[in-house]
Design a protein around this ligand. Structure first.
Ligand code: ZN
Length: 183
């Protein structure tokens, strides 16, 4: 299993690389990596595991964050209605998005970033994501609210982008036009 020791931190060059596509059907090694990502996210939401292994809680993790520069993410998050979005994906891609924006009122955090970077991170309010599941089967997901933001944050990692890159440096809390605040 993965612990915080396996997660690389801001400043590590892998976090700034564009990750490589994973060939389909996935190899056993790539499947294993994808499983480890999801296992970390789930464990990090389990109070006992958090205490036992000193995990930092998260709702998503991308392969570059464990120093594997390949296009894989795991997302395990519930929306405001309690609906669970639990997806481990190879080669995830945003295929369409709303014009409307959204942002987390408390700002974003990242398991690879120890320092706080306060400020609003503009995201699309709604996204449609396509990718391949652990068996190499194509999946299509529509997400809004927190799950939508989580997908965008994780897919950014595959392109070497960190959340604070999106924050307005001059005015971090400048209101974002045409955007839904998410609590
Ligand atoms: Zn992150």
């Amino acid at each position: 299993m993965l612990t915080m020791k396996d997660i690389i931190r801001d400043g590590h060059p892998t976090l700034r690389k564009v990750a490589k596509e994973v060939p389909m059907p996935p190899s056993d090694e790539d499947k294993k990596t994808l499983q480890l990502l999801m296992e970390y996210v789930k464990n990090s939401q389990d109070e006992e595991m958090v205490k036992k292994y000193g995990l930092r809680p998260g709702i998503g993790l991308a392969a570059p964050q464990i120093n594997v520069s390949k296009r894989m993410i795991a997302v395990h998050v519930t929306d405001e209605n309690g609906k669970l979005y639990s997806y481990a994906l190879f080669n995830p891609k945003i295929v369409s998005h709303s014009v409307e924006k959204a942002y987390l009122v408390k700002g974003e955090g990242c398991l690879s970033i120890d320092e706080p970077h306060p400020g609003f991170v503009p995201r699309y309010a709604r996204v449609t994501v396509k990718g391949f599941d652990i068996d190499g089967k194509e999946v299509k997901i529509r997400a809004k609210g927190l799950p939508s933001i989580c997908f965008q944050h994780e897919i950014d990692h595959l392109n070497g982008i960190l959340f604070y890159d999106h924050i307005d440096q001059e005015q971090p809390f400048k209101p974002i036009e045409n955007a839904i605040p998410i609590k």
